[in-house]
Design a protein around this ligand. Structure first.
Ligand code: GLV
Length: 334
């Protein structure tokens, strides 16, 4: 049997790529920037599998030209770039890489939070640009206390819970909002489940950890930003469109909230003329929350494991559309 063909849309870490190259007839898009949609469409015509990243739009347009495509293995926990409904209809399996990036992503939410509250980026600039002319001043670059403050977690799944756990080390009170009950958070962290409005009104730090779906698009909008404390900070390292950036700009310039820290944007890369980038009370990063060497390697390995399992006729460990097995039952294809 000839090896199944896989198109890998970027040079993923060696730990996964090595397995893919050994087990499959693999082609890898060699550039740093993502392949244009036309390239994905062209390559999809003749492959059994795609290994995708969150910047690749994988939708009906791709599926329509890909009669042999059986699985899309994404290297990310989020998969809002993939039309899973269309995939399922066509018997195409979709997998992601949950779990391994939880702690790394939670660490980065905290890096953002601390940078915003204690003005780390502003302070760095201050020193480097020669503004530090007075050795010490009582109000120089004063920020907000984290220790003992109230943390509000919007979306208390794996990552949200890991962020909450860290908050306990800072003796914070933790509020959380989720559409599903999280009794373990109440039990283990003494975290309090509240509605979104109560969370926004009562938190000093609001950290967003929901997936992007129809229901979460612009979840943090003008009306909700207005509920937040004037001294509060918004942290988002989930997906950009969960926050209405125009409303956030208003909130930051009109003093509805104190600051924000963003690793994700409505458009990525965000244009350099995004008005948010002109504000000192905003800390930004280019969607790197899971970017540790260890975690990215593990994510790549999971992509390979999902692909290998599928072609061996086993349920891929991280299948996001289990109902697909009704459309295309698993069979050994290696
Ligand atoms: C990164 O944003 C991911 O979804 O893994």
């Amino acid at each position: 049997m000839s090896k199944p063909k896989v198109y890998v849309t970027r040079e993923i870490p060696e730990r996964g790529l090595k397995i893919i190259k050994e087990r499959f007839d693999a082609e890898v898009w060699p550039e740093y920037a993502p392949p244009p949609k036309e390239v994905i469409i062209e390559k999809a015509r003749d492959v059994d599998a795609l290994a995708s990243l969150l910047s690749d739009k994988i939708d009906a347009e791709v599926f329509d030209v890909a009669p042999k495509l059986k699985i899309v293995a994404q290297m990310a926990v989020g998969f809002d770039n993939i039309d899973v409904k269309e995939a399922t209809k066509r018997g195409i399996y979709v997998t992601n890489t949950p779990g391994v990036l939880t702690e790394t992503t939670a660490d980065f939410a905290w890096a953002l939070l601390m940078a915003a509250a204690r003005r780390v980026v502003e302070a760095d600039k201050y020193v480097r640009t020669g503004q530090w002319k007075v050795g010490w001043h009582p109000s120089m670059l004063a920020g907000r206390d984290i220790y003992g403050a109230t943390m509000g977690i919007v979306g208390a799944g794996r990552i949200g819970s890991a962020v909450a756990k860290r908050a306990k080390g800072f003796d914070m009170r933790v509020l959380f909002y989720d559409v599903v009950p999280r009794p373990e958070l109440e039990r283990e962290l003494d975290a309090k489940p509240v509605d979104l409005e109560t969370l926004l009104r009562g938190s000093d730090f609001v950290s967003v950890h929901v997936p992007l779906m129809k229901q979460t698009y612009h979840l943090i909008n003008e009306e909700r930003l207005k509920l937040m404390k004037k001294t509060a900070y918004l942290i988002n390292n989930s997906r950009g469109p969960v926050v209405d950036e125009k409303a956030l700009y208003k909130a930051l310039t009109e003093g509805w909230i104190a600051g924000a820290a963003l690793d994700v944007f409505e458009q990525e890369p965000t244009p350099v003329d995004n008005p948010l980038l002109t504000l000192d009370n905003v800390v930004v990063a280019p969607h790197i929350s899971s970017a540790s060497y260890e975690t990215r390697s593990k994510m790549a390995e999971m992509v390979a494991e999902n692909l290998v399992a599928f072609f061996e006729g086993r349920t891929p460990p991280n299948l996001v559309n289990p109902e697909v097995t009704q459309v295309r039952p698993l069979t050994k294809l290696f």
